[in-house]
Design a protein around this ligand. Sequence first.
Ligand SMILES: Cc1cc2nc3c(=O)[nH]c(=O)nc-3n(C[C@H](O)[C@H](O)[C@H](O)COP(=O)(O)OP(=O)(O)OC[C@H]3O[C@@H](n4cnc5c(N)ncnc54)[C@H](O)[C@@H]3O)c2cc1C
Length: 567
Amino acid sequence: MYGPEDVESSHDVLVIGAGCAGMRAAIEAHDAGADVALVSKLHPTRSHSGAARGGINAALGNAGEDSPERHAADTVKGSDYLGDQDAIELFCAEAPGDIYQLERWGALFDRDDEGRLAQRAFGGAGAPRTVHAADVSGHVLLQVLYEQLLAREIRVYEEYFAWRLVVGATGCDGVLAWDLARGGVRALAAKAVILATGGSGRVYCGSTNAHACTGDGMAMALRAGLPLEDLEFVQFHPTTLVPSGLLVTEAVRGEGGLLLNAKGERFMRRYAPEAMELASRDVVARAEQTEIDEGRDVNGSLLLDMRHFGREKMIERFHGTRDLALTYAGIDPLEQPIPVRPGAHYHMGGVATDVDGRSEIENVFAAGEVACVSLHGANRLGGNSLMETIVFGRRAGRAAAEQALKRSGSAGLAPSARVDGERELARLLERHQGERPSRIRDELGASMHENFGVFREEGGMRRQLELLENLRERYRHVLVDDRGEIFNSDLVQALELGYQLDLAVCMVSAGLERRESRGAHSRPKDFPARDDENFLKHSLVRWSNDWLDLSWKPVTITKWQPQRRTY
Ligand SMILES: Cc1cc2nc3c(=O)[nH]c(=O)nc-3n(C[C@H](O)[C@H](O)[C@H](O)COP(=O)(O)OP(=O)(O)OC[C@H]3O[C@@H](n4cnc5c(N)ncnc54)[C@H](O)[C@@H]3O)c2cc1C
């Protein structure tokens, strides 16, 4: 499975990223008859998908009346009417079949007393619809998919850092990658490429995302000329543990966890009187931020109370969460509420694709968090993202295989592409003066949090763009201290930082132009209301030669006309 250190290789389909989306796509492309390989900067089972705890949504109707139609209506409302309803309907209709397939592949989901797959309540959902494996759902899915990968002997270029899409006259010819373990630039040719590189949460300090979530695929696509859609929409998760920023799963609130302020009030009563703690994430995050801004916080946090769960439920359902609280906050949630606050969690925006993962370049596809189908619109419902990696990973895998098998001959990359890449990296490694990436990265993260966080306004966003210009200027002289070839994490972090800076500029630019409040994009001071007349549309950002171009595209509406969104 782990082949020789080829400097060059060629496949029908190359999947970049080996999380849930990448692995699901590779399995499907293989089963559709393509020669497929994966490229991943991490070992597949270390991908961020493995951190998902709460579960995966499908309208099975096992714990209460439900249907794909209800799932779709909840997703449309959750998206603040910005999700494309054709994509949402298709997703909700196909999700149950995918759950049963995962089950047959060995995903040990929890069951209810009658032996059916158990389903728990999640925010913004009108019925309990989240299938789960205790509080390690993502971990279980990664293991199951990896096993399927092994069974098919699909090749993984493991610890390869994909760095550039090579686009020629007839589309994408493949990818240049840096071989982390051995050093050196590798040219990987392909007839079709699927980006499955996950999210970009590390643009922020205080993020639930793993260190590897640096938006590489989004930025690579941008640099290859592809448009990124709805980049202004970043989800802040309401319950990240203070001070570490680690995620406390929404399942805690799904199963009765309460949010309290410094006065011991269940403050959600004022913001979402019906759904309370289980309102949509954007609603709860804003409520918390308002409590903090108005001084009803406890040292910058709110309190998540699980004491009433009792020992048995805590151990059975939230063993991992209790461990997190004990280890990282020194608190036993059986005895005391735990301190939480909103933290950057998920990017609703990404590479613009259709429901088969197709981007504007015919043979470049994207699936999972890197893509914007658009399923989540302005706000994602918890549990919909793991399902997205499976449904749209599968669809992208099938479409990419069909596309690749239509192309005759074998894939090839012009030798000059690799030589140019080698020269470029050599220049970076030979630089002797400059600033290390970490300082620039810390300033980026802190300033994005301050100026492009839960709440935004014109002045802050303009300041942020100026600051980003300054950071990008400093980045032009970034210094890679380590000049070695083997596991040069300095080099990788410098390259990742370049991606993050490009993305941040696009995010804030799109945010400035969206002069309304919708879903996770909230401008309470200058544009507090949703404005369907002018902004019921997706933003599209392109960037060539340092020139940023912003345009818009319509939202697809099938059944659900926009309504006032209350919980
Ligand atoms: C803490 C946490 C908890 C979550 N809980 C839930 C939940 O309960 N339910 C839910 O639905 N969603 C949840 N989410 C969201 C969901 O888990 C993610 O959106 C989803 O798993 C992303 O999957 P992915 O396959 O797109 O990306 P990832 O799983 O992040 O995988 C990305 C892959 O790309 C590779 N990669 C990235 N850049 C490069 C590069 N330059 N070169 C080579 N390889 C690269 C990585 O090595 C990795 O293999 C959670 C997210 C977090 C952070």
